[in-house]
Ligand binder design. Sequence first.
Ligand SMILES: [Zn+2]
Length: 407
Amino acid sequence: MKFTVQNVSKLRPRIGTLSNFGERKNGTLETPMLLLHSQGGQIPHITHEVFKLISKDAHILQIPLTSMHNFQETLEQYNGTITDFIGSKESLSCITFHDPSNITRQGHHAKNKVPLWTKNGIVYYDAPMYCKVLESYKPDMYFFISDGDTNKGSQQKRIQKAVDTTIHFYKDCLEGHKKSAILKNSFAMASIAGGYCLKSREKCMDVMLKDSEIGGYVIDGLHNNGPEIEFIPFDEVKSVAEFVMSKIPENKLMCVQGCWNPVNIVKFIQLGVDLFDTSYCRIVTERSSALTFSVDLQGELEEYEINLREHKYADDFQPIHNTCSCFTCKNYSRGYIHHLLTVQELLGPILIMIHNIHHYLNFFDTIRQCIKENTLNELEFILIKQFKNYEDSRKKNTAEISTFSEG
Ligand SMILES: [Zn+2]
């Protein structure tokens, strides 16, 4: 896989392309783009067949190791690639260590090892073990193992440890990558650790920015994953993101993982970040909500999202969104989905997820269009307004609930 970027100025939004996917897969992908977040190779709530109702384009499936670890022995004996194994031959794959939609438990550190939380408990990985696993997966893209267990509140001692361990992993992973006939054909993304300390980020980058084998970088260690990422204020992460983005060579693919809200996604893109994931669609779907925010620069502002569990949708016969062309909106009403959720029918979250992924992929189409037409600031402006209304009403509801329980 090869990454080419069109405009090469730093700290600016940019269009890039991923191409050269090997013998079996054709086409190119345009960045900024989304990895399709999966668990065990399945997009939460929907099958690969159902996904084809949303998009027939090529995509990269993000497969967290957390969700695959238990199939390790089977995969070692299996000759094909990870996408053959999960029944999605037409997809490209990207292996990550953690699952961005679930909180990664903190602590349980061990020297030059990182804990992986599996269904059967904790398993410690070092770089050689990780590379061996990757060889059996034969991924199109993968993230280097790292110690990303830092967040806004991390102490300097923890940050220091995270950087030292990540540098150790980096050296071992790079050696594993170069030596392996399988991995050296895969697109390697190195993880930059260092929490919110710029000096620590610099220490990490001093080691990592020289090697031509690295296709891109992940800004790791900003959070511990899970739904709370949605409400991290961008001002908290801005200085770290700006610092890292100002140092990285322009020809490298840049990734930030996690359930960031659309406003913060655009703010990262304004700094030149290229790659995100769809874990946000999972957390929105699992609160029974459908994304309805508008990305139409000429149109009216809309409600950011609607919660279809609310009783007011019981006799609402409109689709989730009037102008949406997704399978759900073309065939089902808000009232019917409300009914499915009320009786806990599995089809409810499936229909919402179809809409949410469709809406989110469209959002990224609009982002790329806005970069080309130099209108990303306008898009950011309308997103800020819609997200703020949603955040304000959420804060009001939380305050009302706590007043009620205190009373
Ligand atoms: Zn729809």
